[in-house]
Design a protein around this ligand. Structure first.
Ligand SMILES: C[S@@+](CC[C@H](N)C(=O)[O-])C[C@H]1O[C@@H](n2cnc3c(N)ncnc32)[C@H](O)[C@@H]1O
Length: 216
């Protein structure tokens, strides 16, 4: 098994059922042209987030870590007409590219990109939240999770990306990002208000995984 076959299968999945339209392709191209790092979710993952949010009829979504707005577009498309997505981004350049991509995708009225550090902005938000996608600096994962949980209600879903990190998550002496993921695992496992799991993924984005928590 190699990264090459994971990519081929991801391409097959995307070609056969994901449905990536021009707005999503343009958003990817604009992010690349602006020199943003290639760290957005894959198309198949974006569709999965979209379907999860849609499956619970999410009306209020929070994202931490906007980059060029790719996952925000997938998530915002799951919202009803009066739905709202707030997405937090620390890098002004990323936020600028994201705002344009989101507007070009026709979603400006549903999406607010807030510029600043997640841990500075989150205390100013009051929710409520139906769905949260955490995908920023891994060191603050536990803090982001705590805030998402504070604003959630029974049935809300919290997803955290990049929790496997090429398998490094099992290393108790891993780097600060691994430590951030491990603190999150510890918090989620002890937190009585959620039921959680994590799923390993391979594909276009290499070997990684998502944590999923449902609020009880
Ligand atoms: C993996 S990217 C997000 C990808 C995006 N969710 C997608 O899939 O299209 C992580 C983003 O988090 C941002 N970020 C890093 N630290 C942050 C912080 N403390 N607060 C808010 N955003 C942060 C980075 O600038 C980067 O744009």
């Amino acid at each position: 098994m190699s990264a090459e076959i994971w990519k081929q299968v991801d391409d097959y999945i995307v070609d056969s059922m994901v449905g990536v339209d021009k707005a999503l392709k343009d958003a990817q191209a604009a992010a690349k042209a602006a020199g943003l790092p290639h760290i957005a979710v894959s198309a198949a993952q974006g569709k999965m987030l979209h379907l999860m949010a849609k499956s619970i009829g999410a009306k209020r979504i929070l994202e931490v870590g906007t980059l060029g707005g790719y996952s925000a577009i997938w998530l915002a498309r799951a919202l009803p007409e009066d739905g709202k997505l707030i997405t937090l981004e620390i890098d002004p350049r990323h936020a600028e590219v994201a705002r344009k991509n989101i507007a070009d995708a026709g979603l400006a009225s549903k999406v607010e990109v807030k510029l600043g550090a997640g841990m500075d902005i989150l205390p100013t938000l009051s929710g409520p939240l139906d769905f949260a996608f955490i995908d920023a600096d891994k060191e603050n994962n536990a803090g982001y999770f705590e805030h998402a949980l504070r604003m959630s209600h029974k049935g809300s879903i919290i997803i955290v990306d990049n929790v496997v990190r090429d398998g490094k998550v099992v290393d108790p002496n891993g780097n600060s990002m691994v430590q951030g993921v491990r603190r999150l695992f510890e918090m989620a496992s002890k937190e009585k208000r959620v039921s959680a799991t994590a799923i390993q993924t391979v594909g276009d984005k290499g070997y990684d995984g998502f944590l999923m928590a449902v609020v009880l």
